[in-house]
Design a protein around this ligand. Structure first.
Ligand SMILES: Nc1ncnc2c1ncn2[C@@H]1O[C@H](COP(=O)(O)OP(=O)(O)OP(=O)(O)O)[C@@H](O)[C@H]1O
Ligand SMILES: [Mg+2]
Length: 381
């Protein structure tokens, strides 16, 4: 599902037809870098690296000039330290700044769609239409009530957010060749390396620090995409409130215990603490994640064309590393839940401590698989 917002941006005129793209996922807690080489059917990881952001950025509600400089400095330093030769970079956006809808447009030519996209978009975009970049990727032709239609994925992204990402890459000395959406990056990655993914209906949950990107795929076609304001930070906030401790202590407790199952509680290092961490985490998940995922699944069931049930929930992002998260979600939804470690599907030479954090790199790896110009998205005129 390649949607490249960058290809719709007029002010970038020089698109490098580079074979080699570095994926840079600029998250709240860390910046993830990935580079992949594909030879035949084999994918080899050339680089996978995560650089922590200062704690002020994790808690920040807006990107101040100082924080922006910090990100640029981190990117520049990594590029030089890792000896990265390519200057072509792919990055992504997510959250409230981007709206993705599965839309059936009346059958028309790409030129006509391009002309009418702004008008069609009025219905879906809650922002001033002049403040967004618009594009649509046509999936396939269908017929509805005797009328020829085009199944499409429609994307509207706030200009200022996209431009900020582009400027950060440029100021770090890179050439932005792809601007993608987090959910599509994960979809792109899973589609390319998970052999049975397109045979079933699945929910992808990419759980970061501030946001969870949700996508529901029906036999490989994305039908629902939305971001949920839930992430590892929220769990840490609940733990902070329970223990009246600071952020770093809450993070440490969360990572040490995760969700301890009741039968293992007694054997935990400190059962009382284990129970409190588990309860605080479950409260955050129950209040802020479960109802939103359920709502998306219910919505999907109303628009599903296959009539088949969702078979799997695939977990990625740092939030997916929470111990026993998969077991807990499995019990809540009665759907198989699989944490997705991309490194199981690649050739690599990575150390064990990086391998065990594989789900964190899903967006960066999905970006690294992108090439400039590998999209047929129609942009708004
Ligand atoms: N072992 C672990 N157990 C529980 N949570 C973890 C673990 N490791 C990392 N996390 C959590 O994962 C989150 C960071 O994940 P990730 O790197 O995907 O987010 P990000 O990309 O920086 O944030 P965002 O995408 O929201 O901007 C943090 O909340 C962190 O506490
Ligand atoms: Mg992220």
């Amino acid at each position: 599902m390649p949607v490249n917002l960058k290809s719709i941006i007029d002010r970038i005129t020089q698109i490098h037809k580079s074979k080699d793209t570095i994926g840079i996922d600029i998250g709240a807690t860390s910046i993830k870098f990935a580079q992949i080489r594909k030879s035949g059917e084999t994918f080899e990881i050339l680089l996978c690296k995560s650089v922590e952001n200062p704690p002020t950025l994790v808690m920040a509600t807006e990107l101040t000039p100082e924080l922006r400089e910090e990100i640029i400095k981190n990117i520049k330093q990594t590029i030089s330290k890792e000896g990265i030769k390519t200057r072509s970079a792919a990055t992504s956006i997510m959250g409230n700044s981007v709206i993705v809808r599965y839309v059936k447009f009346p059958k028309m030519s790409p030129e006509e769609l391009s002309k009418s996209l702004r008008f069609e978009a009025e219905e879906f975009v809650p922002f001033d239409i002049t403040d967004v970049y618009l594009c649509a990727e046509i999936i396939r032709d269908v017929e509805e009530e005797g009328q020829p239609k085009m199944e499409s994925v429609f994307v509207a992204a706030k200009r200022d957010i996209v431009d900020t990402k582009i400027d950060i890459l440029r100021d770090a000395g890179l050439t932005p060749v792809v601007i993608d959406v987090d959910s599509f990056c994960v979809l792109n990655l899973v589609e390319q390396i998970h052999p049975t993914f397109v045979d079933e209906n699945a929910v992808l949950l990419h759980i970061g620090a501030r946001m969870t990107s949700l996508a529901i795929s029906e036999h490989g076609i994305v039908r629902v995409v939305r971001d949920i304001p839930f992430g590892g930070n929220l769990i840490s906030n609940f733990i902070m409130n329970t223990f009246a401790c600071d952020y770093s202590q809450a993070e440490a407790l969360k990572k040490q215990y995760g969700l301890v199952p009741s039968e293992e509680m007694e054997s935990a290092p400190d059962p009382e603490v284990a129970e409190q961490v588990t309860n605080a985490s479950i409260q955050a998940i129950d209040e802020h994640l479960i109802p939103e995922v359920q709502r998306s699944i219910d919505f999907f069931n109303t628009i599903s064309t296959s009539g088949e049930e969702i078979r799997r929930i695939i977990l990625t992002g740092g939030g997916a590393l929470l111990k026993n998260f998969d077991r807990y979600l499995n019990r809540q939804f009665d759907i198989e839940v699989s944490p997705f470690n991309p490194f199981e599907h690649f050739e690599h030479n990575l150390p064990p401590e990086v391998i065990e954090t594989g789900p964190v790199y899903a967006v960066a790896l999905g970006l690294a698989l992108r090439k400039s110009g590998d999209t047929s998205a129609v942009r708004a005129e």
